[in-house]
Design a protein around this ligand. Structure first.
Ligand SMILES: [Zn+2]
Length: 136
């Protein structure tokens, strides 16, 4: 188990301050349960912040290395603003079995193409119409 010079609480408070000073924004995926935020260091990448049974966890490297990050800080701040209980940040030692946080992407629903009639034209309704078309 890794030891930090500062207690977890102090680092969580620092993370909140960092979230504020960096202007970290998190988007709701599931209210009070799952959020996402664009990664600044890797454009195109998104981090997931999710509530596991042992507490909140983030998919970024900062969380993996230190057990806290500014994204979690941003969610905590948001919880405060929105008036729901944030609870706790998941201890790294217990969160491993809930990783990865990113859910497997579901297969997109196939868009059923409506069957198009062969040739595109409606069937002639009468023998006369059939002959008229043939003559044209
Ligand atoms: Zn993070």
């Amino acid at each position: 188990m890794r030891e930090f010079s500062k207690p977890q609480e102090a680092r969580a408070i620092e993370a909140r301050a960092r979230a504020h000073s960096c202007g970290v924004r998190v988007a709701v995926v599931v209210e009070a349960r799952r959020y996402c935020t664009p990664a600044r260091s890797e454009p195109g990448t998104t981090y997931t912040i999710a509530r596991t049974p042992v507490g909140w966890a983030c998919s970024c490297l900062g969380y993996f290395h230190t057990g806290v990050c500014k994204h979690l800080g941003a969610v905590e701040r948001r919880a405060e603003r929105e008036g729901w209980a944030f609870g706790q940040i998941a201890p790294l030692a217990r969160v491993a079995c809930y990783m990865p946080l990113d859910p497997p992407t579901p297969d997109p629903e196939p868009d059923p193409e409506p069957p198009t009639p062969a040739g595109g034209a409606a069937r002639p309704r009468s023998l006369d119409e059939y002959r008229a078309r043939g003559a044209a």
